[in-house]
Design a protein around this ligand. Structure first.
Ligand code: ASP
Length: 321
């Protein structure tokens, strides 16, 4: 059985007109992260280590909506969340409301490994981070000029970025063309199966631009944005509220488990039939090394994958290319 890996850099109203240089920055970063994951799998690292490693790298990149590049709440603050799950044991860990932790995904793993719990949030999660000695920084580290601008544009348009299908109105005033409709940069996620058949999933995000303080999305919710069992591993991105309602990640696994669908069939069914159009994209791998990266209609996302057999695929910006 060969290894397989897939990762994504989020879904959203990323316009086709986005300048090539801005597309390129994320593309280069995603390719770099894919290489890191592939090399780790080739050296027989456990799938759980691989997804953590890849998501840490994506979190450190300011062009994705996770870790360093996290988007801002309505109060101009950062509240990061992340989740990791080990398929064979179904052990999992999740965190929300982080303001100082450099790599939320690693804290999620520590919750999984060092506590009797699954999910820690806000002050309790921050205290746990200090206790564990993970790298923390002043919250201002996460407030990038791009995200200050995104928040400004969202406020001017009086918009909480919940609707992935609507670009920011053209008359929204902005001094810089930064957003250019790119109001939602990418949440990140990675799924992998290693040579021993271990499956794992990891997802990390800053949530929505202009979200309410305290809002929790699908990313840290087991079975919604993130899930893995002994059949498959899934990481979703898109409109969190829709993904939670549809228990997107768990439904993909359940269709395989109870209906005997293949990974591709199960994921296509969930994405096309169970959530409103334009609200979700996901990456998934199965225990047999199958990969799928569907997205529904108007949603666009950026994702990449590779398998030991040499299959690789790249989806940038829309389902058509
Ligand atoms: N799903 C994330 C959330 O709702 C956002 C995203 O995927 O971009 O918080």
């Amino acid at each position: 059985m060969g290894w397989a890996i897939a990762l994504h850099g989020g879904a959203g109203d990323i316009p086709r007109s986005m300048p090539a240089e801005r597309r390129q920055t994320r593309e280069v970063a995603l390719r770099h992260c894919l290489d890191i994951g592939v090399n780790a799998l080739k050296t027989r690292r456990h799938a759980l280590d691989v997804v953590e490693l890849v998501v840490r790298e994506l979190e450190n990149h300011p062009n994705f909506n996770a870790g360093r590049g996290s988007v801002l709440t309505t109060k101009g603050t950062v509240e990061m969340e992340a989740c990791i799950m080990d398929g064979n044991t179904k052990r999992c860990g999740a965190v929300s409301g982080l303001t100082t932790v450099v790599n939320p995904i690693s804290l999620a793993r520590l919750v999984m490994e060092k506590t009797p719990h699954i999910y820690l949030a806000f002050d309790g999660a921050e205290d746990f981070a200090r206790e564990q000695g993970v790298e923390t920084v002043d919250p201002s580290h996460f407030i990038t000029p791009e995200n200050v601008e995104r928040l400004k544009q969202a406020k001017e348009a009086n918009r909480v970025q919940l609707d992935y299908t609507q670009p920011i109105p053209k008359d929204a005033k902005s001094e810089t063309p930064l957003a250019d409709g790119d109001s939602q940069i990418g949440t990140v996620g990675c799924v992998a199966v290693d040579n021993e058949g271990n499956l794992a999933s990891a997802t990390s995000t800053g949530g929505f631009v202009n979200k309410m303080v305290g809002r929790i999305g699908d990313t840290p919710i087991i079975g919604a944005g993130t899930y893995a069992n002994n059949l498959c591993a899934i990481s979703a991105t898109g409109k969190g509220e829709a993904i939670i309602r549809a228990t997107v990640a768990r439904d993909v696994a359940a269709l395989m488990e109870f209906k005997g669908l293949s990974l591709k069939e199960a994921a296509a069914h969930v994405v096309e039939e169970c959530v409103p159009r334009g609200t979700v994209g996901l990456v998934a791998v199965s225990s047999t090394g199958e990969i799928t990266m569907p997205l529904n209609h108007t949603t666009r996302h950026v994702s990449a994958c590779a398998t030991e057999e040499g299959y690789s695929n790249w989806i940038w910006n829309s389902e058509e290319n």
